[in-house]
Design a binder for this molecule. Structure first.
Ligand SMILES: Cc1cc2nc3c(=O)[nH]c(=O)nc-3n(C[C@H](O)[C@H](O)[C@H](O)COP(=O)(O)OP(=O)(O)OC[C@H]3O[C@@H](n4cnc5c(N)ncnc54)[C@H](O)[C@@H]3O)c2cc1C
Length: 404
């Protein structure tokens, strides 16, 4: 039976891409996005240009409002609160009940809270939504003491942006350096040192308790390493996949809604994409759940093809980027795992890292201000071209040549 209607729960990058791709691939049926945040917008600027007020709410929309009218995509500002997988149908927070041939869950995740006393305090902030960014910006300013718990991608980006807003920033992480799984030890060390060089106070420690006094001053107690006082506390320690709807309706979940390679969940009427989805291979192996922008976009494209019975697109190695302290970081593939790690230096400064796996194939690459190199590395990974460590380490060798 031809597909006539689709409901997409969640209008982030994944849900929006699914809608856009469905239309681009010729789907003319009813298409509804349900999201309590309204029109789909882009999250990466929330820790960068949007936080710095260099771009406003309209400028981070994934598409202008007219696009939705022109493409006959209805956006309902509400939450999906119930899912009946057999019908399939959904109930919204405004009481509406909607039916469709297929439902796509693109509900992303919520910021992980610190599992310590005080971790749930309403004044301990998180950054996931535009509203969070608005609030964070409103409390930052010249001389405001900001403590950030978690020096991963978002924590590091906010540290850099907050400096530009005049804040005194302390960045706390139990690990030194963080981000090794994403960029490898050498680049992680260079990136982490940059915080100190730019004026961030870097603390290695494990928070054990957060308290706030009547004047609004927070104290973060650290295991074995004293305490940090701050006017504003932000926690950036990753997300928890939003699986509530899926598990309540009996779908298989395990730190994410489990999907096959076509993004189909354990029920044929329901698909899941983006940060909330986790791939289960035919042999039962669970892949690591990705929390990156491009992955959200790719899975949106895959689900559109799957719903229309078209060939699934192939996306190649996964890719992410991050910006802080005036540098641009990119990574492709996986720096985590066995094999050989290779560093490329320029004038004695590490600019790129590579992982060669046990078969002599490039498995991952990360670079600082090396977008073209990462693009070439991606082609090498996707083509499965054997590489040699000396060439990768040699800054005079253009990676593009190796990718041919
Ligand atoms: C501050 C910040 C900076 C980032 N920077 C980068 C970066 O530099 N590079 C990079 O690669 N990635 C970055 N990311 C990650 C990237 O933005 C995410 O991977 C991507 O947004 C995931 O898209 P998604 O559509 O799966 O989920 P989301 O963008 O989280 O969207 C999910 C949507 O679902 C909605 N929703 C939730 N529950 C329901 C429900 N029950 N019913 C209806 N709707 C619901 C939510 O309101 C939300 O709009 C960043 C993320 C953040 C928060």
């Amino acid at each position: 039976m031809a597909l006539e209607s689709v409901i997409i729960a969640g209008g982030g990058m994944a849900g929006f891409t699914a809608a856009r791709q469905l239309r681009e691939k010729g789907f003319t049926g009813k298409l509804v996005i349900v999201d309590p945040e309204g029109l789909p917008y882009d999250r990466p600027p929330l820790s960068k240009d949007y936080l710095l007020a260099k771009r406003d709410a309209t400028q981070i929309l994934l598409s202008a409002a007219e696009w939705f009218t022109e493409n006959n995509v209805e956006v309902i500002t509400a939450k999906v609160v119930e899912l009946d997988v057999d019908a399939p149908s959904v109930v919204l927070s405004d009481g509406q009940k909607l039916n469709a041939d297929k439902v796509v869950l693109a509900t992303g995740g919520t910021a992980r809270r610190l599992p310590i006393p005080g971790g749930q305090l309403p004044t301990v902030l998180e950054l996931r939504t535009m509203e969070d960014a608005d609030h964070l910006r409103s409390v930052l300013g010249e001389g405001v003491r900001l403590a950030i718990v978690g020096a991963g991608l978002i924590g590091a980006e906010v540290a850099s942006s907050a400096l530009q807003l005049g804040a005194d920033v302390t960045l706390i992480d139990p690990v030194d350096p963080p981000l090794v799984p994403a960029v490898g030890e050498v680049l992680a060390t260079r990136l982490h040192r940059m915080h100190g060089e730019n004026g961030v106070e870097v603390v290695t420690g494990v928070p054990t308790e957060i308290t706030v006094n009547e004047a609004g001053v927070h104290t973060i107690e650290l295991q074995d390493s004293g305490k940090v006082e701050a006017d504003v506390v932000l926690v950036g320690i990753g997300i928890v996949a939003d699986t509530a709807l899926a598990s309540a309706s009996g779908l298989d979940t395990d730190n994410g809604i489990l999907v096959d390679e076509s993004q189909r969940t354990s029920h044929p009427n329901v698909y899941a994409i983006g940060d909330t989805a986790r791939t289960r291979l035919p042999d039962g192996t669970l892949l690591r759940r990705a929390e990156h922008w491009e992955h959200a976009m790719n899975t949106g494209a895959t689900v559109a093809a799957a719903l229309l019975g078209q060939d699934l697109p192939s996306h190649g190695a996964s890719w992410f980027w991050s910006d802080r302290h005036g540098v641009h970081v990119e990574g492709v593939g996986s720096m985590l795992g066995d094999g050989t790690l290779v560093t490329r230096e320029l004038d004695g400064i590490p600019v790129a890292a590579f992982r060669i796996d046990d078969q002599g194939l490039l498995a991952g690459c990360a670079a600082i201000d090396g977008g073209l190199m990462v693009r070439a590395a991606r082609r090498i990974i996707d083509k499965q071209k054997p590489v040699n460590a000396e060439q990768l380490a040699d800054p005079s060798i253009d990676l593009k040549k190796l990718a041919r």
